[in-house]
Design a protein around this ligand. Structure first.
Ligand code: AMP
Ligand code: GLY
Length: 424
């Protein structure tokens, strides 16, 4: 089969590496890809948010058997619907299901209607009403812009003043554009966080192994929010009891709720969860693989990823036995100096002699004049496996030291948190 992968980050490189191992896959195309993906796929330079242009390219190419849509924007814009309407097979939720990530107001209402545990909340599209509500609610409080805002539309406010300022920025100053026209004001939850991803075809839900992200730029979860500075898998505190609770109270009810709403979800459903004193609660849904979670999950997958993708599209996921390796995996993100604020691009990367079983996931890289140079804030993911998280993290750090580019930085504490949280 010839497969097109939409996207250009570390997550897509992880997907491409997994697909390249499949005996079913002959050739991979990537739109737009990066320097790492280019080693395994032919790059196609088309803006994938222009869904008509993508459809036209797939039509004119004529030999694309399957398309994998991973980023949130083209899913929310309806790229899967566009390809299906032209008679092509595509992996990912349709537009009416991708809304579970694209609108926080939608996802919160869904959870309320179907009793799926989440933080208490109110939604506002009127600034004065939201302002009055914030004067009465408990502090800290969380503000969320309704629409997609590149992971930046969430404010954790420790004082009422901070909340009022944040609300004004979202609703009046339009800091997040139209995404902030509607705002969710939410109860602040406390507890360890876990990313639980699952494959689903709308009939069957298959949880993947768990992982934990590190969103802040600096050690000890300080500094600005980023797209993710590193991940590890599995979450140390997530045992059989957790799996059962999350599967029965959150995963299955979400699948049934989307079906009942006439929005069957097919693809990867990402549950961002917090383990609170009152049990697991949903912090957010994503309608796709997470980044950089995927970089620690897919290296542990024993089953053919292409087989899973096809089974999801054909609604026969029930027939596939998905298997994972034992042990652990850690991904360190090597970032450009200054990220997530201003940073320079075009710095040459040297790789050194890496351990053979270390997987590099390219994120912001490109090839110019035969050299691989930086091309984004998050540049590379160094992914290492081990019998446990400690062994994996030592290997990841040992190998990260061999890589360099001007201004490179990474967190030194990936894989340490939650070590002492009881497993259940
Ligand atoms: P999101 O962009 O929705 O993933 O939110 C970013 C981060 O904000 C999450 O990973 C949590 O750490 C934090 N967060 C979001 N909602 C809440 C909440 N209700 N209580 C506490 N922390 C939250
Ligand atoms: N790692 C969080 C996300 O992909 O949104």
């Amino acid at each position: 089969m010839n497969v097109l992968v939409i996207g250009n980050g570390g997550r897509e490189h992880a997907v491409v590496q997994a697909l390249a191992k499949s005996p079913k896959v002959d050739k991979i195309y990537a739109m737009k890809g990066n320097a790492g993906i280019a080693e395994l796929a032919e790059l196609v330079n088309i803006d994938y948010c222009d869904i008509k242009a993508v459809g036209d390219w797939v039509d004119s190419k004529g030999d694309i058997d399957f398309t994998v849509v991973t980023p949130d924007d083209p899913l929310a814009l309806g790229l899967v619907d566009e390809l299906e309407s032209r008679g092509h097979r595509a992996f990912g939720p349709r537009k009416n299901a991708a809304i579970i990530e694209a609108s926080k107001a939608f996802s919160k209402e869904l959870m309320k209607k179907y009793s799926i545990p989440t933080a208490a909340y109110e939604t506002f599209d009127d600034y004065e009403k939201a302002k009055a509500y914030i004067d009465t609610c408990d502090i800290p409080v969380v503000l969320k812009a309704d629409g997609l805002a590149l992971g930046k539309g969430v404010l954790i406010c420790k004082t009422r003043e901070e909340a009022q300022d944040g609300l004004k920025e979202m609703m009046l100053d339009k800091k997040f554009g139209v995404a902030g026209a509607k705002v969710v004001v939410e109860e602040f939850l406390v507890g360890p966080e876990v990313s639980c991803l699952a494959f689903t075809d709308g009939k069957t839900m298959c949880p993947m192994i768990t992982s934990c992200d590190h969103k802040r730029a600096k050690d000890n979860d300080e500094g600005l929010n980023t797209g993710g500075m590193g991940t590890f898998s599995p979450a140390p505190f997530y045992g059989e009891k957790s799996l059962k609770e999350v599967y029965e109270k959150i995963m299955l009810p979400t699948m049934y709720a989307m079906n009942a709403e006439g929005r069957p979800f097919k693809g990867v459903l990402y549950f961002g969860l917090m383990k609170t004193a009152a049990g697991y609660k949903v912090i957010e849904y994503n309608s796709r693989f997470g980044d950089p979670e995927t970089q620690v999950i897919l290296p542990m997958l024993k089953t053919d990823l292409m087989e899973i993708f096809e089974a999801v599209v054909d609604e026969r996921l029930e027939e596939v036995n998905i298997e994972w390796e034992d042990g652990a995996c850690v991904c360190l993100v090597l970032a450009s100096g200054g990220y997530p604020e201003k940073y320079e691009k075009g710095k040459e990367i040297t790789f050194g002699d890496l351990d053979q079983d270390v997987v590099l996931c390219h994120a912001g890289t490109k090839k110019t004049d035969g050299k691989i140079v930086t091309d984004g804030g998050r540049v590379l993911g160094v992914c290492a496996k081990g019998k446990d998280i400690e062994e994996a993290r030592q290997k990841a750090y040992r190998n990260a030291e061999k890589i360099s580019f001007e201004g490179m930085y990474y967190r030194k504490d990936i894989g340490i948190k939650y070590k002492d949280v009881a497993k259940e």
